[in-house]
Design a binder for this molecule. Structure first.
Ligand code: SAM
Ligand code: SF4
Length: 317
């Protein structure tokens, strides 16, 4: 269905858990997420019911995220249930990839179409630093497993952080040369645990175009990324620029938190409770939330922080 500004809301992102097997410095506190009580998180049956009503209202794409969606017990059976929704066109995941070597084939069999995998650096020491202890080789094994299982095209999410990984722009983009992967540079967003980053960290994605002037624009595949290609490359380079090029006018998404709130905008404080609602009441609350979607979020910069009351691991990106 359309919101009051005529935007077709066709994309639901579902956070399955706040918990994660990594602790990325821009996302989580060092001690990790506070574990919610079992009764405070949506059961997988509740998630399925909300997804079904959202699909009835016109949602055509669902992405499971978190925290780390692959650590949520029972998530494969949820994927099977969502994969059976006839009107759903795409079921995807955003993951850090660490559990993909064990799970990729089962995810594909359960109906997941493809995955986005987060990878901010190709340097093992820097990977350990940004994830607070993660092992790069495990993330790379996850990317290989996703490709082998046919969870393709794989998209690689890379948060661009000035002074941390801008020196790796050419090497990260080069991952698209031989294989049809999409490396997507995402501007660091001033939300939650990013207070330790200085102004230089908020590097506009323009830096990618400056470092790689040979990038040629290619048509967007829908969504919020602008797409480019290195000459002769099999894959694409995407830019997601929430700070320097606000894309609210083409935002097509709503977000469900693991504890059962709907967020009509990633960066607004507004949250609409869904728990306890069923059938027509649930569908009506979903429709009202879509109609309440704000026109745009406030300015975002080193000084102008997100108005979201939650950390990124509680929203799902
Ligand atoms: N654990 C999964 C993962 O890392 O892919 C899914 C959840 S994570 C919150 C989703 C995406 O949000 C990741 O690609 C992550 O890099 C991105 N992210 C987290 N904090 C961010 C921030 N402050 N600015 C920009 N992107 C961020
Ligand atoms: Fe975990 Fe993903 Fe957040 Fe990193 S970005 S701490 S992998 S939820």
């Amino acid at each position: 269905m359309k919101d009051t500004l005529g935007r077709e809301i066709s994309y639901l992102r579902i956070s399955l858990t706040d918990l994660c097997n990594l602790r990325c410095v821009y996302c989580m506190p060092p001690e990790g997420a506070k574990k919610l009580a079992h009764q405070d998180i949506l059961s997988l049956e509740e998630v399925e019911e909300i997804a079904r009503e959202a699909v009835a209202l016109g949602v055509r794409k669902i992405r499971l995220t978190g925290g780390e969606p692959l650590v949520r017990r029972g998530m494969l059976s949820l994927c099977q249930a969502l994969g059976r929704l006839p009107a759903l066109e795409e079921l995807t995941l955003t993951t850090n990839g660490l559990l993909l070597p064990q799970m990729a084939a089962e995810l594909k069999a359960a109906g997941v179409d493809r995955v986005n995998i987060s990878l901010d650096t190709l340097d093992p020491q820097k990977y350990a630093r940004i994830t607070r202890g993660g092992r790069l080789e495990e993330a790379l094994a996850g990317i290989r497993a996703a490709k082998e299982a046919g969870l393709t095209p794989v998209k690689i999410n890379c948060v661009l952080i000035g002074g941390f990984n801008d020196d790796e722009i050419p090497a990260l983009a080069a991952l698209t040369e031989a294989e049809p992967v999409e490396v997507r540079f995402i501007e660091l967003m001033p939300i939650g645990h990013t207070t330790g980053f200085g102004p230089e960290a908020y590097l506009p994605c323009e830096a990618v175009l400056e470092r790689l002037p040979q990038l040629q624009p290619v048509p967007a595949s829908g969504g919020v990324a602008e797409r480019f290609r290195l000459p002769g490359a099999a894959g694409a380079v995407g830019l997601i620029r929430p700070l320097s090029h606000c894309f609210c006018d083409r935002c097509d998404r709503i977000r469900l938190t693991a504890d059962g709130y709907l967020k009509p905008c990633l960066h607004s404080r507004e949250e609409i409770p869904l728990r306890g609602l069923h059938g027509a009441d649930l569908r009506q609350r979903l429709a009202e939330t879509i109609l309440q979607k704000p026109e745009r979020h406030g300015e975002l910069s080193f000084r102008e922080r997100s108005q979201s009351a939650r950390d990124m691991n509680q929203i799902g990106g």
